[in-house]
Design a binder for this molecule. Structure first.
Ligand code: HAM
Length: 424
């Protein structure tokens, strides 16, 4: 055995988790396809400056967690592994002139992401998101569409009690005054704050609402609320979103202290949580409006909204509830052979069965036929086709433990297909 291990926080996914991830991802694509979202595949690395500008230089995601790549000879700029997908999607929207398409432009991607965070349950250094963005519409209707799509996706996977915790984080007109009132509220208690929270108080007091320090959490309970400081437009937008969600039957909890760990949010911000789970670390997903981001990245002023759902956390939640889909691993039909030199034949027959739509594999060993049958049973196969020394085939039904007489190839292959397809 080599001494190598997978790096900390970067996991191997084995069965059944590997299949469960694939299943949750397939369902994500299907949910977005059904709602008319265009697929987009984005590069796994972007210019570091894109994330610094979009997500924010003081956010943990950029300040502490960005995987920066060592510059190589012909790289004119420094690159980083993407910690999230929204910045790349907006960069692509601008770069490819999507402004000239009908708005909003609806985009979906499934992205493997990297954050140099402290690994723990549900938090990994490489993880996968189902990310959905609608760029170019500022009205509350698109908020409803996007929020509902994420909730329905989770509900349809079996997480039927998912809740939407929703807030408005205001806009550039009303947030600065709120941030000042928050700063004024916390400043007298400055000496009680940890070093980290003291620098948050200076750089971005909103982050204090998210502090893990029990003393700060206690103070947050009486801190001023953004929802009391919204400008008229933000308040009207928020009210329309809350009312609309009630109308369409999405369970929403007003979360006036909810802030998100990325700087680009404006107005609507929300998280998908299961009852009993707290805050960002337990969230299945989160999203919000980012009405200033397209402009910040060099495009025309364009409102936008989106969410990302963490596939790893979805699979974890399904596993904890015993809802993990189990994909039977192993072929339905095994093609075995009496003579070792029938191996090429077995491989060809298995291929023919797969082309006809069945799952099949050859036993490529030179073991005795009894051993081959045993391993087919162990693998959960439904039937075995045995290649006889004279080239004819025998069909063995493993469930009934019955075996037909040797017969011509095409006849036996057809019978095997009928057997498994009748049950399929
Ligand atoms: P986020 O809240 O940073 O938002 O991440 C969204 C979700 O990704 C989280 O709720 C969680 O399920 C999952 N996630 C985040 N970090 C990790 C991790 N280290 N390990 C496992 N899962 C993780 C965003 O990324 C925004 N780009 C969402 C968005 C899209 N906003 C607008 N459009």
């Amino acid at each position: 055995m080599s001494g190598f291990q997978s790096p900390r926080g970067l996991r191997d996914l084995l069965e059944p988790l590997a299949s469960a991830h694939g299943w949750a991802i397939d369902r994500a694509w299907a949910a977005a396809d059904a709602a008319g979202y265009a697929r987009i595949e984005l590069p796994i690395a972007e210019e570091s400056g894109l994330f610094e500008r979009a997500v924010g230089g003081t956010s943990d995601i950029v300040a502490k967690e960005l995987y920066r790549l060592e510059p190589r000879g012909d790289d004119a700029v420094s690159l980083a592994l993407r910690p999230e997908a929204t910045a790349g999607a907006v960069r692509a929207y601008i770069q490819h002139g999507m402004r000239s398409q009908p708005q909003p432009v609806r985009l979906v991607t499934v992205a493997h992401l990297f954050r140099y965070d402290r690994p723990q349950k549900g938090r990994y250094r490489q993880f996968t998101q189902f990310d959905l963005e609608a760029i170019g519409d500022g009205g509350p209707g698109i908020d409803l569409e996007v929020i509902e799509l994420g909730a329905a996706y989770l509900r349809n996977l079996g997480l039927s009690d998912v809740q939407v915790h929703l807030n408005s984080v205001g806009c550039s007109a009303c947030r600065p005054a709120y941030v000042e009132s928050l700063r004024a509220y916390f400043t007298p208690a400055m000496h009680e704050l940890s070093e980290v929270d003291q620098s948050r108080l200076t750089a971005n007091p909103l982050r204090l609402l998210d502090s893990k320090d029990p003393a700060v959490i206690k103070r947050v309970a009486d801190a001023p609320l953004i929802t009391d400081h919204l400008c008229g437009d933000c308040a009207a937008h928020h009210a329309a979103v809350m009312a609309g969600l009630a109308t369409i039957g999405v369970t929403v909890l007003a979360a006036p202290r909810l802030v998100r760990g990325l700087d680009y949010y404006t107005r609507t911000a929300w998280e998908y949580l299961l009852p009993g789970e707290q805050g960002q670390q337990g969230a299945l997903g989160g999203g919000g409006r980012y009405d200033g981001l397209v402009e910040l990245l060099g495009g025309p002023a364009t409102p936008a909204i989106g969410f990302a759902i963490g596939i790893d956390r979805v699979v974890l939640a399904l596993e904890e509830r015993g809802l993990l889909p189990v994909r039977a691993v192993g072929a339905t039909i095994v093609v075995a052979g009496i003579e070792p030199d029938s191996v090429a034949d077995r491989v060809a027959i298995a291929s023919q069965l797969r082309t006809a739509g069945s799952s099949a594999r050859a036993d490529v060993s030179s073991r005795k036929i009894g051993r081959q049958l045993e391993s087919a049973v162990r693998d959960g196969a439904r039937a075995v086709i045995i290649v006889e020394p004279d080239g004819r085939l025998t069909l063995r039904d493993l469930v009934k433990a019955s075996q037909a007489e040797p017969a011509e190839r095409s006849e036996v292959i057809a019978a095997a297909l009928r057997l498994v397809q009748n049950e399929g």
